[in-house]
Design a protein around this ligand. Structure first.
Ligand code: PRX
Length: 659
């Protein structure tokens, strides 16, 4: 959606406004409202990061903040010990907040479940005891393939309690994607669910989980199946090593498990994400640095207080849900809301209904959702009293100024600041965003780097670009929430993130997030999008290579190329170009088989918007597919230079096929 579109019922006076100040009422109560924090962090770096670590309870205090003796394998608070489950649950119970609500869960049909910190303590302990009983030991990776049910954060915290890293696989991913991740992590335990509801229908999740389990090479020691559907279930019998969640909890009723003392650098979880190759990357996050960083950013950026009711509408299957539904908010003792369903069920006001019902103070969502709300119109939020809101946030992709302003006017009533937070699975938490109690907001620009974060915009040789010029985003100092490595693959870790701009001989290590960016004269960074072969569909990160290899796996397909094309609501959509083997026709049946192949390999989120059959792909003389051209064709843009092509005649032919 462009800024000249006139839908979205935005007040004319806001259209021209380029910057916004946070309301005095917000600033006066903000957790951080003094701009001196930027200088303070710079002057005392890295010691300034104790501010984050001090938000946690350490079992053994750390004596050192940063060990950078083996760059880029940084260690944060390396000799400290702690337990993440203790920090997110026990300490709030011990501090007299046991009756405060930890999790408010709302099912798609409107049923609710409320867990106080005391309830959460009991459930986490019982499930931790059950996992132990099943044979899970410290450092065993437990895979959690679950939708948005309370059993998911309970299982995460139970894993953390016994020092078993979790690997959450988004429930919308396919059986194959589950198997790939379990194989890669050598994970022998799975916690899953019978199903869940989507737009009123019960979905059979266990069937998919079982298909995935069949593809796990090393075998699986135990599977736990939570019951979400009750009588709507699909009646699958549990097999030999499969256990019903409720039975295990009955068996362990009243059990308590001491939180295991973990080293700060011990792995808290693995999260698989897409990269430039066909194989997803297992991003490793640690106990001390990650938890300190998510707690700190929840405090400083989301402005969370224990008394708040806070809602992040992401799915826990992605990093946003890990950091800002579970770990950050619970570490601070806040009430976190979880919603199972979609924003338009039963009606398009569902999210606003939930905000009113729970009197949500802080709301964090994705630009793709805001663009959909805008399209639906302001009559839906207007049906509800949203005056409990104090702060709004966005994450996952660039937000265009018009969508920002619509959010500001119709959801925030021009009173709530908006934080546009740039970060990644790898960064663990927010990196570039305004501090809502300090900074002027400029719609479309994420803002300055957070205090202590040395983000810059550079050219191809690593020199900083002038204000207003496009370049590449880099981070030139480490930070506590950073990934430590890619699981079992230190080499790929260095290659993917550090090779581009570092100079190991000079001991200069620069993190490259693979995003393009611009910086203005005030140091505000505007993110321009990925510069690698990763596309961003509805805020979900997908590797084009993964989709291509799924398409090439379909019988009759000889070659495929996938690019992102602009999409009004999703941001980007998948455009697939396919070359067929002789004897196969590019007809509807073939198209359906390709779509099904992608859904089976990855999941419905990667479904191509268009499949374009072509006899050839545009290639350079050295045989490389010219993706830029394919993107331009998908976006119906004017084509750039085609003179270096080996087969320029193919371009027009492809152009004619794009709908
Ligand atoms: O391209 C950037 C985009 O999302 C990518 C990270 O995707 P993922 O690891 O799935 O994490 C998403 C949630 C943290 C980034 O490389 N991105 C994320 N936030 C923003 C963004 N692009 C522009 N503005 C943002 N606020």
């Amino acid at each position: 959606m462009t800024d000249t579109d006139d839908d979205g019922d935005l007040e004319a006076r806001l259209v021209e406004q380029e910057s916004f100040e946070p309301a005095e009422e917000f600033v006066s109560q903000a957790n951080v409202s003094d701009e001196a924090i930027y200088e303070e962090f710079e002057e005392n770096w890295p010691h300034s990061w104790t501010r984050a670590a001090d938000l946690l309870d350490w079992e053994r205090e750390y004596s050192e903040v940063l060990d950078d003796s083996n760059e880029p394998f940084y260690e944060w608070f390396p000799d400290g010990t702690l337990n993440a489950s203790y920090n997110c649950v026990d300490r709030h119970v011990e501090n007299g907040d046991k009756n405060r609500v930890a999790i408010k869960w709302e099912g798609e049909h409107g049923e609710t479940r409320t867990y106080t910190y005391q309830d959460l303590y009991r459930e986490v302990n019982e499930f931790a005891a059950a996992l132990r009983d099943l044979g899970v030991e410290e450092d065993d990776v437990v895979t959690l393939y679950m939708p948005m049910v309370p059993e998911l954060p309970i299982a995460m915290l139970a894993c953390a309690r016994i020092g078993a890293p979790h690997s959450v696989v988004f429930a919308g991913f396919s059986a194959d994607a589950l198997a790939t991740r379990m194989n890669s992590a050598d994970s022998r335990y799975l916690v899953t669910c019978d199903g869940y509801y989507r737009r009123g229908d019960a979905l059979d999740h266990l069937q998919k989980a079982n298909e995935g389990l069949a593809g796990v090479d090393h075998g699986v020691d135990a599977t736990v199946v939570a019951d979400r559907l009750g009588d709507d279930g699909f009646g699958h019998d549990l097999k030999g090593n499969q256990h019903a969640w409720d039975d295990l909890m009955d068996d362990h009723q009243g059990d308590r498990v001491d939180p295991v003392e973990r080293n700060a650098e011990d792995m808290l979880f693995l999260m698989y994400t897409s990269g430039t190759t066909g194989q997803p990357k297992g991003v490793k996050h640690t106990t001390g640095g990650y938890l300190a960083y998510t707690a700190w950013t929840s405090h400083a950026v989301l402005d969370l207080e224990p008394e708040d009711t806070y809602w992040c509408s992401a799915d826990i299957g992605w990093i946003t849900g890990h950091s800002y539904i579970v770990y950050g908010p619970l570490a601070l003792g806040t009430t976190t809301v979880m919603y199972e369903g979609t924003p338009d069920f039963p009606e398009r006001d569902r999210l606003w209904e939930i905000i009113e019902k729970y009197a949500v103070d802080v709301f964090y969502t994705a630009p793709t959702a805001i663009r959909a709300f805008m399209k639906w119109g302001s009559q839906f939020p207007e049906r509800h009293d949203l005056s409990s809101l104090r702060l709004l946030g966005t994450v996952g992709e660039p937000i265009n100024p018009r969508a920002w302003k619509w959010y500001y006017q119709h959801i925030g009533n021009e009173e709530c600041p908006i934080v546009d937070t740039w970060w990644q699975t790898e960064t663990g938490g927010m990196m570039v965003t305004t501090l809502p109690g300090v900074c002027t907001m400029k719609p479309g620009s994420a803002g300055p780097p957070l205090p202590g974060i040395d983000a810059r915009v550079v050219d191809t040789s690593g020199d900083e670009v002038d204000a207003g010029r496009a370049g590449y985003l880099t981070v030139e100092k480490p930070w506590p929430g950073m990934l430590r490595t890619l699981y079992n693959n230190d080499e790929r870790f260095i290659e993917e993130y550090w090779a581009e701009y570092s100079d190991p001989d000079a001991d200069e290590w620069v993190y490259f997030p693979e995003d393009g960016a611009k910086i203005d004269e005030d140091g505000y960074i505007t993110i321009l999008g990925r510069v690698d072969d990763v596309i961003n569909v509805s805020g979900h990160r997908l590797g084009t290579m993964e989709i291509e290899s799924a398409i090439v796996g379909v019988e009759g397909v000889a070659e495929a190329a996938v690019v992102g094309g602009e999409h009004e609501v999703k941001g980007e959509a998948v455009y697939a170009y396919a070359i067929l083997e002789d004897g196969y026709d590019g007809d509807d049946e073939m198209r359906d088989r390709i779509v099904a192949g992608v859904e089976d390999a990855i999941g419905p989120i990667a479904r191509p918007q268009q499949v374009i059959f072509t006899p050839e792909l545009p290639k350079t003389r050295s045989g490389k597919i010219m993706r830029r051209l394919l993107e331009e064709i998908a976006n119906e843009e004017e084509l750039g230079d085609t003179t270096t092509l080996r087969n320029p005649e193919i371009v027009e032919e492809i152009q004619n096929k794009v709908e």
